[in-house]
Ligand binder design. Sequence first.
Ligand code: SF4
Length: 201
Amino acid sequence: MMPERGVPLDHRAEAWERLTRAVNQCVKCPLASGRRNVVFGEGDRLSRLLFVGEAPGLEEDEQGIPFVGKAGQLLNRIFEAADIDRKDIFITNVVKCRPPGNRVPSIEEMLACEDFLKAQIALINPSILVCLGMTSTKWILKTGESISRVRGKWFDWKGIKVMPMFHPSFLLRNQSKKKGSPKDLTWMDIQEVRDRWLECR
Ligand code: SF4
């Protein structure tokens, strides 16, 4: 993906409006037929910090808001613990409509949706992008490495600092808080992200 960085500020409101309309009307892939709502993303459109997950789940599809189900609630608790206010960041997903049964979106679906994510990144112009989970990490960084190997590391991607982290739904399945557990590592990762974000705010 090649986002065009730094859309001038005075053009952004209009561009956001056009983009939101286009996403809400989109039928570019088969996921359109099963959705209740498009889940565009939410948060501060001028934030220096962007989180990108995989796809909406059941609750997200019902409400049209990203990360509101169990995984989202866990993510909120992680944010709170790290003193990150969700209102101050932007959160979205690689695809904007729910895949049936919460399966991983197909390559074709991610390709069909790619321009929307590119446009969001261009408009937000973040300094830091956190990939939540393997799908988002693979899609953005084009890496074949497992999430366990790349999480917690910084990558430079088109001038944006990118850090992969475990997806909160993975943390729900791995409840241990022992040293070196996914939850323990995520706690370190989110603090690192917060510290870098504070430096560039
Ligand atoms: Fe369009 Fe993306 Fe929804 Fe597919 S997932 S219908 S490309 S908005």
